[in-house]
Design a protein around this ligand. Sequence first.
Ligand SMILES: Nc1ncnc2c1ncn2[C@@H]1O[C@H](COP(=O)(O)OP(=O)(O)OP(=O)(O)O)[C@@H](O)[C@H]1O
Length: 343
Amino acid sequence: MASVELRSVEKSFGSVEVLHDINLSLEKGEFIVFVGPSGCGKSTLLRLIAGLEDITRGELFIDGTCVNSVVPAKRGISMVFQSYALYPHMNVYDNMAFGLEQARLSKPEIDRRVREAASMLQIEQYLDRKPKQLSGGQRQRVAIGRAITRQPKVFLFDEPLSNLDAALRVDTRIEIARLHERLAGTTMVYVTHDQIEAMTLADRIVVLNAGRVEQVGTPLELYEKPASRFVAGFIGSPRMNFIEGDEPIAAGAHAIGVRPEHLDVSRTEGRWKGTVVLVEKLGSDTFIHVATEKSGMINARAVGNHGFQAGDTVFLTPRAGSIHLFNEDGKPIDRQLVQGELE
Ligand SMILES: Nc1ncnc2c1ncn2[C@@H]1O[C@H](COP(=O)(O)OP(=O)(O)OP(=O)(O)O)[C@@H](O)[C@H]1O
């Protein structure tokens, strides 16, 4: 039995429909990540599951029960927000205990749950502090701890790490992944803009585009076999290059897609000749932006540090088996290029 199921769900604000015919089946214990461009409906979909927004049409089931008209507190879910949403006048212990007191749990049971969650997230030493005496990362751990104490069937996360700096993001991301392992059987639904979070946390990713589900799959399925040009361009960072308007490329193909990490850069020979316009050195990788003679801008990613400079003439060649072909409708053409077709 799926833990969360959406059947033909639609959502309108006034006369504007923002989610169209959403059908999703999330298994118990799965970690599901929603991604998509700004405004595609990720947060709205999460809020529908939480019960913070009403469903306009369709049905939502949690553990087999239709919850369309069940209030948020009775859905067996906990939500963690980007903004933490802690009570500023309460200390950490009381913030974590508050929901349980409302639910009239016994004091010893509340104490047990708060201390267990605090230990899991290593915030035991802050239980007496007020939120303003904590760093952003510590506050977010308290918000996550509060969600844990409710022992929900489903956790909902709305961009929980986006207010944290880069190092804390990584630490807290790892914390969330470990939490998912420890709370085996708890379904997690997570909204993010961050490619690395999506790829590393998700069992399956749901890609949304303008209020529709574009593709659902494991991170590697989406990376290796995108169901559309949209997904191909969205999953992967830096994004896939699309080459069109080149001399006839391959029968039936409107565009070639090739990821920056699948291009070889040479000073002497290769498929696409061009001039380097920008080199970005990350230490571990170098991004080389090339204005090609016939195929527009192409970005290549080379491992390590390289001596390419703006103004250099280079040649780019896609590695065997790494080319994606798309037809005019943006659908993938499922065949490999034969040797020589691109030469
Ligand atoms: N309360 C509301 N009233 C009217 N329109 C809304 C409301 N909430 C969201 N929308 C609209 O619904 C669409 C989806 O918004 P949503 O916030 O779900 O997108 P998102 O994918 O989460 O975006 P972002 O990544 O920018 O947070 C947008 O066009 C937005 O303007």
